[in-house]
Every structure is written in structure tokens, then in C-alpha cells.
Write a protein of this length. Structure first.
Length: 634
């Protein structure tokens, strides 16, 4: 992997260089070269397919032309459906900036400069940048009102758009060292800072996201006004709708309500601000909310947001399968949120949720080909669902563009004592620890095999703690809390060896602790037993009553029509007394591992594939939660 000296990208959580910051620091994705056959092809496909087609749709749908019209570069009117369509372009620029750091691409970099010129021209003299109002004035979209900032607390998305612009500008600056986009962002932030505040306009964004962007802008500029502004937008929330989490002051909120993407962006912003300011009330609030989500409102796939009406959370334990919303953006937001909680607390339970979401609900959102997308991610389909090439509201494809390149940045983290190994995938990493470089090389066939070999590279011997996450599924926990449990009786199994010798380790917060004097070439082998596990839901989840789901390692499985010819996967049942004794057979299907399980005692076994792969072979019936055979009373 080639790297630029300037690139130490901090996504999605910021490694703060000023103030207190997170006690645990993310190892940036630019320090981690993924070499496996699972994530590496997806990251490459995102660069070669997803980002180019996303820019292409932004061209053909008029999203980019909006900037040209606003900047006086061409004649016309506002071209697209929504006033937040600017944000799609910004998110794709952000993703392209990340991707440039893994796949240097002069043509793409030149294209970004062309786009940024259009942003410069579209920005008004005083820093305001919002193409719908610039083009149409007070007669723009009905959501925006007749004056600037009039409906920021509702649906105008002025602040939301600029938040994504800040993130994109910081990413581009770190990738290229160029200030052309960063200067646009700073000018816009200064405009917002002058217009909002306790002594100016007291309001908040109806769609959160600017808080994250302001913190990133603060980190790169050192301008504390931006951090203060982020905190202001959080503290100004009260007496508003639950839909956008403004019903109570943020420090008094205890339940996840309303729009799931807005919620997770807000919780992530609260974590960022708390890490820098020491705002313990923020941390207490998001910790309570995390428990509400994890104990009552998350799907077995890690998706969140059960209701399509509000694109978000419903009442506790209401988790329908065929109508599940589970927006792809919400899955990405859930990953952001859990990652930040880990950086605050160092507890593997947050990574257990992150990994479940990463490998299932998030990854379902994009096809293997990289050019088809799900907006909602259902857990049951009658064949009427199919990934789409694009959407009128295109937040999910553009979010995929910026998220996939960042996946290597979730693998490792460091604190004052040592290194965390949080995710398992073949890679080579150069990790800065105590002003020295520690190289780690992982070799594994994860997520289909639980054996991981880690080789330590050092110039000089060094003492530090290596923390290896033992995933909840390997510890016998389907998820923290009792929303989902493993109903089979496999005992937790794992073993760890250093240089071929078995060692005994303590477990703290879900991590194996190996504290030793390391030498160059030391090898650690962690072997996590992967069994097919039977998952049962809390009895209060009526949609999953008398049903069973299946999981192996981090992957949730689904029965889909192509693997079960002649079988209606929506009507089949499984016998819980025979599942654990069934043969497990795997074969390669687009480099995926499938499992075979007994159905309702017939001769034809059910074949399951990893959930994230469904609908790659065309639309048809699919089901995650399989009904149980009616058994006589024992």
C-alpha cells in the first residue's frame, strides 16, 4: 500500500491532538493494509465501481449541476428533489479522499479539484453554501422557509449539509495537503458561528451531523469556536420533536427515539464533544441510550430502526422482520456510535455490537458488484425486495462510499498500556506506540474460520500489553443483555499460544490480556471455535416467537430461494432437537461459506448463506428467523 506522508486520517472517530481527547486512540486506516479475500476486494470495488458510479449519478441527476448553477457557471434552476442533495456530493468526495490514500489515482484527484472549484463558486461571499436557497432564494423547497436558518430545527438541512461538507473538507485536506476545500469549510463554519449561539440565533439542526463535522474541523484547525459551536448545537436541543431527538435536553434523554440516523449521529457527536470537554453528563446519557438500543431495539443482524414511518426506533421489542427498516445509513451510524463508546470505555461489548452490524446489516446494504444498494434491510422477503442502482434520496449509496474505505481503521486501537486487536482480518499494520513503530501482521480466514495468527515486528524488544478481543459469540453471549441468546449448549472454546506455547490469560472487559516483553518475530495464535449457533429472541419480541435464527462466528445466516429449490423458505420449519446434530457442510459461493441444517425432518436439508449475501442472485424469498416445528409436550 502506498501512503502519503500527510495522511493520518481519523475516521470515523477523531484522534484528538488537543484537549483531553479519547483515552483510547484509533489506529488510522492509512496505517493498516488489508490483504484478505473478504474486505480487500470490497475496498477495491468501492474505489473502482461504487465511487465512480456514485459520482456519475450525481452528474446525471443534477446534484453537481446545482453547484454550477449556484456559482453562475451555467444557466438553470435547482435540478433535484431534495434540499439536502448537496450532502450526497460531499459524502462521496469524503469517500474518494479516503480511497485516494489506499489507491493513489491522479485522475480522481483532478476530478475532485474540479468539483471543489464548483463548491468555491457556489459559496456566497459571506460563507453561506446551500444551493437550493442560493438558486431559488426565498421561494425554494417548502422545507427551507423564506429566510436563512428559519427552519434549521425542522427540515431545511442547511446545517446537515454543511456538517458533511466539513467532514469531506477535512478528509480531502488530510489526503492531499491542499487547502482549497478546507478554506471553503472554514469560511462556512465562521458564518455559522457568527449567526448562531446563546447571544445570537438559538436553534439546533433538525438533522444532526454538523456536530461531528465541527469537531473534525476543530481538530485540524485548533479553532476552539468550532468545538464550542458543536456543544451549543447539542445543548440547544429542547422542547422539540422526538423525531429528531429534541424532545428533552440531551443530558436527560434515556431512550432511543425517532429517526435512527439522526439519533446515532447525535450520540456520536456527544461522544466526541464529551471526550474533549469532559462532559460526563453526555457520557452518562449515551450510555443509558446504548443500553436501551442493545437490550430492547436492535435486530439480530445489528440493524436498528424498526419503523419505516419515522425511519427509526419503535417501542421496545417491536422488531418485525418483513417490514424491518434497518436503514443502511443507520447501520453505519450505529458503528460510529459503538466505536466511540469503545474509545471512551475500552469494553469489548461495544465492539461486539459493532462487528455484528458491520458483517450483517451494514454489508447487506451494497451488492458484491458494488453498484446496487439497499436502503432498508429486511430480515424476511417474499421476493418483492431488490437492490437498486440509485435512489431519489441517495444518502445510503453515498454513505457506503465513505464508509467502506475506512473499515481498516476499526481493526486496532492503542492506549497508554498497549495495543487493542478489535477485528480480525488478514492485514499488515504499522502502529505508532510510545513514539516507536510496532508492526502487526494478521493471517486468518476470518470470518469463516476462527484461527488468527499475529506476528509482532519490532526494531527493539518492548514491553506492552496486547489485548485480543474474544467476541461475545465465542464467549457464549449472542449480545450483551438478554435480547438474543444462544439456545444450544456449546461451551465457550478458545485457546491462545505465544511462540507455540499455550498460555493462561486473564480476561478483562472481553479482552485477553497478554502482558509481556515482546521481541521481533514473536507469534501469537488465537483459535476461536466456530459452531453453528441457534439464536432465540426474548419472548417479548413477538415477531420471533417460536422461531430460530442461526449464527456462525460473526455472521448471521439466511435461507434464500436459489439454494433451496422446490422448498418455500417462507413456509419451512426446523426441528430444534435435531439442529445441533446436523452435518455442517461448507462450499465456496462467491468466497462464502454456507451451512446445511435439518428442516422439518424431511430428506431435503435447508441451506443457509450469510445474510449479507442475499439478493445477489436476483429477487426471491428469503428468511432469517425460521419457525420451529410444533413438538409434542414433553
Amino acid at each position: 500500500m502506498q501512503r502519503l506522508i500527510l495522511v493520518i486520517l481519523l475516521f470515523p472517530a477523531v484522534i484528538f491532538s488537543r484537549g483531553q481527547g479519547y483515552p483510547i486512540r484509533q489506529v488510522p486506516f492509512t496505517a493498516v493494509e488489508v490483504t484478505d479475500n473478504f474486505w480487500r476486494p470490497r475496498i477495491k470495488t468501492n474505489h473502482e465501481v461504487t465511487i465512480p458510479i456514485a459520482f456519475g449519478y450525481c452528474e446525471t441527476t443534477g446534484r453537481i449541476k446545482n453547484f454550477e448553477v449556484a456559482g453562475g457557471l451555467t444557466e438553470g434552476t435547482f435540478c433535484t428533489m431534495y434540499p439536502f442533495d448537496d450532502s450526497d456530493v460531499f459524502k462521496i468526495v469524503e469517500g474518494a479522499s479516503y480511497s485516494l490514500q489506499t489507491f493513489p489515482d491522479p485522475e480522481l484527484e483532478d476530478y475532485l479539484d474540479t468539483l471543489i472549484y464548483k463548491f468555491v463558486m457556489a459559496q456566497e461571499d459571506d460563507g453561506y453554501l446551500y444551493t437550493n436557497r442560493t438558486i431559488l432564494g426565498g421561494s425554494g423547497h417548502e422545507w427551507i422557509g423564506t429566510e436563512r436558518w428559519q427552519n434549521t430545527h425542522l427540515h431545511s438541512h442547511e446545517l446537515y449539509n454543511m456538517g458533511h461538507m466539513f467532514e469531506a473538507a477535512v478528509a480531502h485536506y488530510r489526503a492531499t495537503g491542499k487547502r482549497n476545500f478546507l478554506d471553503v469549510a472554514i469560511k462556512a463554519a465562521d458564518r455559522i458561528d457568527e449567526d448562531f449561539g446563546w447571544d445570537a440565533k438559538v436553534s439546533y439542526p433538525g438533522h444532526q451531523g454538523i456536530e461531528i463535522g465541527l469537531v473534525k474541523l476543530y481538530n485540524v484547525t485548533g479553532e476552539k469556536r468550532y468545538l464550542d459551536l458543536a456543544k451549543f448545537f447539542l445543548d440547544a436541543r429542547k422542547d422539540g420533536p422526538e423525531y429528531c431527538q429534541a424532545h428533552l435536553p440531551v443530558t436527560e434523554q434515556e431512550e432511543a427515539v425517532g429517526h435512527a440516523v439522526r439519533a446515532t449521529y447525535m450520540y456520536s457527536g456527544m461522544a466526541d464533544v464529551a471526550a474533549l470537554t469532559g462532559e460526563q453528563d453526555y457520557i452518562d446519557a449515551i450510555s443509558r441510550i446504548w443500553e436501551d438500543i442493545t437490550y430492547r431495539k436492535i435486530y439480530v443482524t445489528g440493524g436498528i430502526g424498526a419503523s419505516g414511518g419515522n425511519e427509526g426506533f419503535a417501542e421496545p421489542y417491536y422488531l418485525p422482520n418483513a417490514t424491518a427498516y434497518c436503514e443502511t445509513c443507520a447501520s453505519i451510524g450505529n458503528i460510529f456510535f459503538n466505536h466511540r463508546l469503545f474509545l471512551l470505555h475500552g469494553d469489548a461489548k461495544y465492539y461486539d455490537v459493532l462487528e455484528r452490524t458491520l458483517y450483517n446489516a451494514m454489508l447487506s446494504g451494497v451488492s458484491l458488484s458494488g453498484d446496487r444498494f439497499f436502503y432498508p434491510n429486511v430480515l424476511e422477503s417474499d421476493g418483492s425486495h431488490e437492490r437498486q442502482a440509485w435512489f431519489g434520496c441517495a444518502c445510503c449509496p453515498s454513505n457506503i462510499c465513505r464508509f467502506i474505505p475506512s473499515v481498516p481503521g476499526y481493526v486496532y486501537a492503542v492506549d497508554k498500556d498497549g495495543i487493542y486487536v478489535n477485528l480480525y482480518m488478514s492485514n499488515h499494520a504499522n502502529i505508532e506506540y510510545e513514539k516507536e513503530t510496532v508492526s502487526l501482521t494478521q493471517e486468518t480466514y476470518y470470518p469463516y474460520d476462527g484461527k488468527i495468527k499475529i506476528t509482532i515486528g519490532l526494531e527493539e524488544t518492548k514491553t506492552f500489553v496486547l489485548r485480543l478481543r474474544i467476541p461475545g459469540w465465542a464467549r457464549g453471549e449472542a449480545i450483551d443483555g438478554d435480547l438474543y441468546v444462544f439456545r444450544d449448549r456449546h461451551e465457550p472454546e478458545w485457546k491462545v499460544m505465544v511462540n507455540g506455547d499455550s498460555i493462561n490469560c486473564t480476561i478483562e472487559k472481553g479482552y485477553l490480556i497478554i502482558d509481556r516483553h515482546w521481541q521481533d518475530g514473536d507469534e501469537v495464535v488465537l483459535d476461536l471455535s466456530m459452531h453453528v449457533r441457534q439464536v432465540a429472541a426474548d419472548e417479548r419480541v413477538k415477531a420471533d416467537s417460536a422461531r430460530m435464527a442461526f449464527q456462525r462466528g460473526p455472521l448471521v445466516y439466511a435461507a434464500e430461494w436459489p439454494d433451496n429449490p422446490g422448498t418455500d423458505v417462507l413456509k419451512v420449519k426446523v426441528n430444534p432437537t435435531s439442529v445441533s446434530g446436523c452435518e455442517e457442510k461448507s462450499y465456496m459461493l462467491v468466497e462464502a461459506q454456507t451451512i446445511r441444517l435439518c428442516g422439518d425432518c424431511g430428506e431435503q436439508p435447508l441451506v443457509f448463506i450469510p445474510y449479507h449475501l442475499w439478493n445477489n442472485r436476483g429477487p426471491g424469498p428469503m428468511q432469517v428467523w425460521i419457525p420451529l416445528v410444533d413438538l409434542p409436550d414433553q
